[in-house]
Ligand binder design. Structure first.
Ligand SMILES: *[C@@H]1O[C@H](CO)[C@@H](O)[C@H](O)[C@H]1NC(C)=O
Ligand SMILES: [Ca+2]
Ligand SMILES: [Ca+2]
Length: 327
């Protein structure tokens, strides 16, 4: 029964993709990981896996700092998106010279990333917070995430879940700054985005070692780094992973990953991602190549920054009143 419900929902979804342009401002990144076990970087959906396809949703979220607003802008008439973007620019322009330099844009994007985490955490909190008191208890979390009902001890969870729950509990205790067993809003943000919170880094390191360091020497060898990825890895992939390990991850070239080498592999750098995004946005809009963006250049390329490239907003004109109180 569940299966068919799922299939049905899935088919509707596929149908919607087929019928129009997909505007996906997803926020389901909780604990999403790359194949090597690293936390997925915030821009992991900026390009398709083969790098062929560009998804402007990421750019829009980097400017608006909200999945929901980015989605809403997709349904605005271009003139309205431009009007609102012009207002945002005055806030982005820290020195009030009506131009946006690289530092101003980068600072803005870093601010957006923080707001995106907060929005994602807020959504997750609302899902988990069964009694709506704005905080999450461990029991609420278990019920929401693993479908475990704390009252009845009827759960017969398999080894995989047990392991995940144990790791979650360890994270939970670190995130729970005041040690009352319950996560308030700020504590919950650290728990749901541990990779973005310095206080969580030691526990991330500990858990990575627990997962990968099979011989217990507090370091991760190339073999341990590759473990658990199946035996049928193509030769090219193996070579490219070895190159990455030796040249990028193993910074002191001693053949193994330790401490900060492990963290800089597992924890994506929002600072670097923001820097790349600045380069990307400049490449698309700095028409006269003077390394500064005038408001005119940005507004000329407004759909690079916010809003849909396609004019499918007609159906959604009735949504516009949602924004009346925003800017
Ligand atoms: C820029 O303008 C804003 C708003 O008018 C003001 O608060 C801010 O202090 C100004 N910044 C500078 C560097 O002049
Ligand atoms: Ca400026
Ligand atoms: Ca607490």
């Amino acid at each position: 029964m569940m299966y068919y419900t799922f299939l049905y929902v899935f088919l509707i979804f596929v149908d919607r993709i087929g019928a129009g342009v997909m505007h996906s401002h997803s926020n389901d990144i909780h604990k999403e990981r790359e194949t090597d076990g690293a936390y997925s970087p915030r821009d992991h959906k900026h390009f398709s896996e083969d790098g062929e396809e560009h998804h402007s949703e990421f750019d829009h979220e980097a400017i608006l700092g909200s999945h929901k607003e980015a989605d809403e802008y997709d349904h605005l008439p271009p003139e309205e998106s431009k009007r609102r973007l012009a207002i945002l620019l005055t806030k982005m322009d820290l020195n009030n010279d009506s131009q946006i330099d690289r530092n101003e844009l980068k600072a803005w994007i870093i601010r957006s990333f923080k707001m995106l985490s907060e929005e994602e955490a807020q959504d997750r909190l609302e899902d988990a917070d069964e009694n709506h008191d704005g905080k999450v208890t461990w029991e609420e979390y278990l019920a929401d995430t693993y479908g475990l009902d704390n009252g009845e001890n009827s759960i017969d969870f398999d080894g995989e879940n047990e392991h995940l729950i144990e790791d979650d509990k360890t994270m939970w205790k670190v995130a729970d700054g005041n040690n009352d067993g319950i996560l308030d809003n700020d504590e919950w943000i650290a728990f749901s985005h541990p990779e973005e919170h310095p206080i969580m880094l030691p526990v991330i390191l500990e858990q990575t070692l627990k997962d990968k360091d099979k011989d217990g020497d507090n370091a991760i060898s190339f073999e341990e780094y590759m473990a658990g990825r199946g035996n049928d890895i193509a030769k090219e992939e193996l070579i490219s992973e070895k190159t990455k390990f030796d040249q990028q991850l193993d910074k002191n070239h001693d053949g193994k990953l330790e401490g900060n080498e492990i963290l800089s592999w597992v924890v994506p750098s929002n600072d670097e991602i923001a820097q790349e995004e600045v380069d990307h946005l400049f490449a698309h809009s700095d028409d006269n190549h003077d390394d500064i963006l005038t408001f005119e250049e940005i507004l000329e390329h407004h759909d690079t920054f916010v809003g849909s490239e396609v004019t499918d907003y007609g159906d959604h004109l009735h949504n516009i009143h949602h924004f009346d109180d925003e800017l």
